[in-house]
Design a protein around this ligand. Structure first.
Ligand SMILES: O=C(O)c1cc(C(=O)O)c2c(n1)C(=O)C(=O)c1cc(C(=O)O)[nH]c1-2
Length: 270
């Protein structure tokens, strides 16, 4: 069997996510594992495929988008935000290691919130909803996912399905795109206030809140990856899994970019 190309990872992911893909074994079974440093460097080298480089994101962070295009992005990303704790619950349900579950549960609470569900404890989903409202979206439209595009829904659901069916360690590895997230949040915090002054400043709280959380998540995710990927075969699979997740984020922006062209008639704008 031949190796999939850089952007065809969904084929193997849907093929056998629960038992693990075996195409790498033919190629790599005799190879010694990379050192932890080289393994991490190979994962990090996939940054070039992160959605920070997508043309739509470049325009978003350069201030080149019209308000309806920003709203379209925020409303569609809200679907991702809402599915993240469901994805994390799927990982927990497959995880038989109590120590890991004790740490993992924080990821769900980060998004769903913690009692008394106010201020910073409101949770990421609520804080993202406030971003949506600050851009001019109606809460009800957001919560009913009225603007969510089919391509975005398919991409996000593929991530949740992967987490449901893959070994939990592989699903943890798929979250490692967060290695690249702090920079994208910082870009937004630095640029949006001058590019999009019509968005009330508090609307950007979500991005501020995620920077330390993403770093904590990545530290844990890399620990799991290092412990699990003791063979070259598993290490190469980890690289493929990260590629699959990068494709999900990229595909979301492809769908968003296509749906909200500059000349979209006003009646169709979110
Ligand atoms: O705004 C972004 O570009 C971005 C990207 C990602 C990512 O890389 O998956 C996440 C987030 N934000 C984010 O806010 C978040 O909570 C998050 C959780 C996860 C994950 O895979 O578990 N990714 C991301």
């Amino acid at each position: 069997m031949t190796a999939p190309s850089a952007r065809s990872s969904l084929a193997w992911a849907s093929k056998s996510p629960s038992t693990g893909c075996n195409w790498t074994s033919e190629v790599t079974q005799d190879l010694s594992p990379w050192s932890p440093q080289e393994f991490e460097a190979r994962l990090r080298s996939l940054e070039s495929r992160y959605h920070i480089h997508h043309p739509f994101n470049r325009r978003l962070n350069a201030g080149a988008l019209q308000p309806f295009q920003v709203r379209g992005w925020v409303a569609n990303r809200f679907y991702y935000q809402c599915r993240i704790p469901v994805k994390d619950a799927a990982i927990m349900s497959n995880c038989d290691d109590r120590a890991t579950r004790r740490r993992w549960i924080d990821r769900m609470l980060d998004h769903d919130g913690r009692a008394p569900y106010q201020g910073a404890d409101a949770g990421g989903i609520e804080i993202w909803a406030r971003l949506g409202i600050a851009t001019g979206l109606r809460r009800e439209d957001l919560e009913m996912h009225r603007h969510v595009l089919p391509g975005v829904r398919f991409a996000v659901d593929a991530y949740v399905n992967f987490a449901r069916h893959a070994p939990w360690q592989e699903a943890v590895i798929s979250s490692l795109t967060e290695m690249f997230a702090p920079r994208i949040h910082k870009d937004r915090l630095a640029g949006w206030p001058s590019h999009y002054p019509w968005i009330e400043a508090g609307g950007l709280d979500y991005f501020r809140s995620r920077i330390p959380l993403a770093s904590r998540d990545v530290e844990h995710g890399l620990e799991v990856a290092m412990q699990w990927c003791t063979t070259r075969e598993r290490q190469e699979r980890a690289v493929q899994i990260l590629g699959f997740k990068l494709d999900i984020l990229w595909a979301m922006l492809d769908a968003i970019e296509k749906a909200y062209p500059d000349n979209l008639p006003q009646a169709q704008q979110p």
